[in-house]
Design a protein around this ligand. Sequence first.
Ligand SMILES: Cc1ncc(COP(=O)(O)O)c(C=O)c1O
Ligand SMILES: N[C@@H](CCCC[NH3+])C(=O)O
Length: 418
Amino acid sequence: MNHFHYKQGELHAEGVSASRIAREFGTPCYVYSRAALETSFAAYQQALADVPHLICYAVKANSNLAVLDILARQGAGFDIVSVGELERVVAAGGDPAKTVFSGVGKTAGEMRRALELGIHCFNLESAAELEVLNRVAGELSLVAPVSVRVNPDVDARTHPYISTGLRENKFGVTMDEALRVYRRAAELPNINVQGLDCHIGSQLTDLSPFIDALHRLLGLVDQLAAEGIEIRHLDLGGGLGVRYRDEEPPAIADYVAAIRAELGDRELTLVLEPGRSIAANAGLLLTAVEYTKPTPEHNFALIDAGMNDMIRPALYQAWLDIQPARHVAGREAKTWDIVGPVCETADFLGKGRELAITDGDLLAVFGAGAYGFTMSSNYNSRPRAAEVIVDGEQLHLARRRETLEDLLRGEQRLPDGG
Ligand SMILES: Cc1ncc(COP(=O)(O)O)c(C=O)c1O
Ligand SMILES: N[C@@H](CCCC[NH3+])C(=O)O
């Protein structure tokens, strides 16, 4: 079911028209469909229903409290990469006991808070981090559950900036190093080995890199078992891609089925950390055309959303579908570059788009539910957009638009005479 659809020429998010959302909350505005979030999460749950599992939604994809709340109510666990994300999970009613902590640079303070809250597992990314965690857990008289994140050296065949599982990437440890880290972990008094972890990249549209990585991980599980180190859960990270344009990623059910086939009848709890495949197509960015500006080279449509609101096109050359929120009959289509107000040439959301649009039109940028708002910034001192949840006919303001006062909060001039 498509939760964003056109009815009588006008875009609707579930039962609510785009123009009503813009009227009530202004633009730019992120719009998320509750049903879409629930549907994609449920696809993971159904595919894993009869095996021990934990689905840890990757908070970095979309960390709005209402989004986390929706997923927590469905029983989601969470994958976090900072204490800030952990506090969001707690504030949203998520369960720390279903939370895994990834990230290459966890600080001692972050570890302390996570230990106090009793998270499910720390995904360790280095031998040095293991020592710090053991010390911090010791200070608290606690035992830290750990996995080691291995870097299986497989090519995820995705954009180089979001590929994480190659030897040259900063993430995880090599397979050889992992053996040494596990041996050391097994000796430490405040560490309890629980699992094995990897995450090879994001927006993968092919199953084979996942299966290659899993293969390598299972080899390590066996090697560890031979040394008496038992691995109870296997965390394969996230990374399943979505369709933004014409990509053909596997369906969630097929992705999970392929992993399960590879696991066979091993008694391992499967942990997954999906982000994009849950949130990307559950959200869009509504924006208005402020000006149209034909030039000898290009027709520019200057919109009120910029790269500070959605950086993916500038950062990864990502292609996002952009459509007018209302189809007006009889208008002539032209080729447009859809650009924002930020003072950077990279500030575009789409280039060379055939669209019948004019000044004042409302546009929708699709596929914006993941890595949209969470990567937004105040660059050019632009307040960040509102975030809205659509739930059937209901609209819920999930985060109000920042005000100019918000922008100045926490800053101070020098003292008088300084
Ligand atoms: C450790 C880890 N887990 C999970 C994810 C979520 O990935 P995705 O949004 O591609 O599912 C990421 C981001 O790529 C990550 O770095
Ligand atoms: N931010 C990236 C995904 C990277 C995920 C972090 N490991 C994107 O928008 O595609």
